[in-house]
Design a binder for this molecule. Structure first.
Ligand code: AHR
Length: 524
């Protein structure tokens, strides 16, 4: 029996050994050839009043036993600081078009309903002041979505006056009485959310007429945002592929082309989730290579969508003044068993880490037009950075990707040429690798390489021109299985680990593990 087993083992080794041989991929990088700036806002987050995204995820209240600062969880704040969150989009999502800001300021908060998300009550204990406190604690900027669907231009205009004005108006005095005499900064303003659907089911023409009114009257009065740091106004853009979305993009951009002094927009949003198919039914954990490859194939559709939308925008805005802002993106899977389906609770696996890297790379390659993106959503909802359960907190594989990409924030894109090769599984064919490079503000070269192949390692040989490379160091994120996750009990299953890279004669070599995300920096 023993010899039979040994024989079997040898045969398996003989069969699998050639399969595991590393594939070679050559990259070519000329660091003197640079492209657009990779705007730090590509790494934005989204926090909606949905499930436990805000309540329990961020807000536990000042009386909670969970360590907090003015009601905001200290563990979450510390963790988010480490990924340099540039901006947080709030309060929705669909929630934004039913949100009435006055109900969540001051000592008396109204309890309202959240019909979009689980039909639960909304305590409104987390409102404008708490949001601004939160983003201040994590060092991010505010991306506020105003209510176009069920609100009015007056309501939105007054909210902006309340937040940003310095002159002693009645609203400013009210803000001061509520604890904040100095004006808040609002960096980005979303004029509605999915106004073609949950935001009011508007036709493109109807939306455009609303958008012009909001753009005109919803002003930012912060004295520090008048010349420099002006608030960017983001119009609702398309939500998918097909003629409906082409029409929507055309209508908004055509209007922009003819805009007069009295209104303007600086961005057009785009939403695109990786779902596979609606309604979301792919499992977020407990899946195999088939679901892994199908979801990655689906996520790579982002490239085509951005190219199509950019082409329309180029027609009406050849100078690329209007940014494309992918302010909702990420994996959207079946709700975890036992959770409220309206809370959009899902696990976050190694597959999501790879999905995140692929999307961030697509955004970086389109950095001349795509200057903002917000992953959905920051905590406990959809493709989250952080999961919490009462006092417990765990960081997801996606969180670590955002951490590894921090050096790419505001770095300058450097083109990389390579033959990606091919990984196939069943009917699905995917590029074996993906890669981007960029120079940070100090001129250091950074390289990200993703190995999509879950079975085979890849040997990378990168020729580096335009710099005198001396050494390279980096980190890689991988795990035993495509659906490996971090849990409250085993929080370190999918975390980045150091990787060794060799630099010799202007060439960088390193070996990538199967299904991995790797970031290396090159010392000169
Ligand atoms: O992120 C969840 C929801 O997805 C948002 O509220 C909405 O804008 C989108 O449909």
């Amino acid at each position: 029996m023993r010899s039979l087993l040994v024989g079997f083992t040898l045969i398996v080794v003989a069969i699998t050994a050639p399969m595991m041989a590393a594939q070679k991929v050559e990259l070519s990088i000329d660091a003197s050839k640079t492209g657009a700036k990779i705007d730090r806002n590509l790494f934005g987050q989204f926090a909606e009043h949905l499930g436990h995204g805000i309540y329990e995820g961020i807000w536990v209240g000042p009386d909670s036993k969970i360590p907090n600062t003015r009601g905001i969880r200290n563990d979450v704040v510390g963790t988010l600081k480490a990924i340099n969150v540039p901006n947080v989009r709030w309060p929705g999502g669909c929630f934004a078009d039913e949100y009435h800001w006055r109900k969540s300021i001051g000592p008396q908060r109204s309890v309202t309903l959240n019909p979009n998300w689980g039909g639960v009550t909304e305590a409104n204990t987390f409102g404008t002041h708490e949001f601004m406190d939160f983003i201040d604690q994590i060092g991010a900027e505010a991306y506020v979505s105003v209510n176009v669907g069920s609100g009015t231009p007056q309501e939105a205009a007054e909210w902006l006056e309340y937040m940003t004005a310095a002159a002693p108006t009645t609203l400013v005095k009210e803000r001061a009485a509520n604890g904040h005499p100095t004006p808040y900064k609002v960096a980005l303003l979303g004029i509605g959310n999915e106004s073609w659907d949950c935001g009011g089911n508007m036709t493109p023409d109807y939306y455009v007429s609303q958008m012009k009114i909001y753009s005109r009257f919803v002003r930012n009065f912060n004295p520090e945002q008048q010349d420099k740091h002006q608030m960017l106004k983001i119009a609702v853009g398309p939500g998918g592929d097909g003629p409906r979305w082409t029409d929507w993009t055309e209508t908004v951009m055509k209007a922009y082309q003819q805009h007069t002094w009295s209104w303007d927009i600086n961005g057009l949003s785009m939403h695109n989730y990786t779902v596979g198919h609606w309604p979301p039914s792919y499992a977020s954990v407990g899946f195999g290579e088939t679901e892994y490859s199908e979801i990655l194939k689906s996520t790579l559709e982002m490239e085509g969508l951005i190219s199509k939308r950019s082409a329309i925008m180029d027609k009406y805005d050849p100078d690329k003044k209007v940014a494309l802002v992918v302010d909702e993106w990420g994996g959207w899977y079946a709700p975890l068993q036992g959770s409220n389906p309206g809370f959009l609770v899902q696990q976050n696996s190694l597959r999501d880490a790879i999905l995140a890297a692929l999307n961030l790379n697509i955004f970086a390659r389109h950095a001349d037009r795509v200057r903002g993106a917000n992953i959905a959503q920051m905590i406990n909802v959809l493709q989250a950075m952080i999961l919490t359960d009462k006092e417990k907190m765990v960081l997801t594989p996606t969180y670590y990707v955002f951490k590894m990409y921090v050096p790419f924030q505001d770095a300058t894109f450097v083109p990389v040429t390579f033959d990606a090769g091919r990984y196939t599984h069943g009917n699905v064919a995917l590029p074996r690798v993906d890669a981007i490079a960029a120079k940070d503000m100090k001129g250091k070269l950074w390289l990200e390489i993703t190995n999509l192949d879950p079975n085979q390692p890849v040997e990378i040989e990168a020729s580096l021109a335009g710099i005198t490379a001396k050494s390279a160091t980096g980190e890689t994120l991988t795990a035993p299985k495509v659906d490996s996750v971090n849990t409250f009990d085993a929080a370190d299953s999918v975390i980045p680990r150091p990787i060794s890279a060799k630099v010799q004669g202007g060439k960088l070599t390193l070996k990538l593990e199967p299904k991995s995300v790797t970031v290396v920096s090159v010392e000169q």
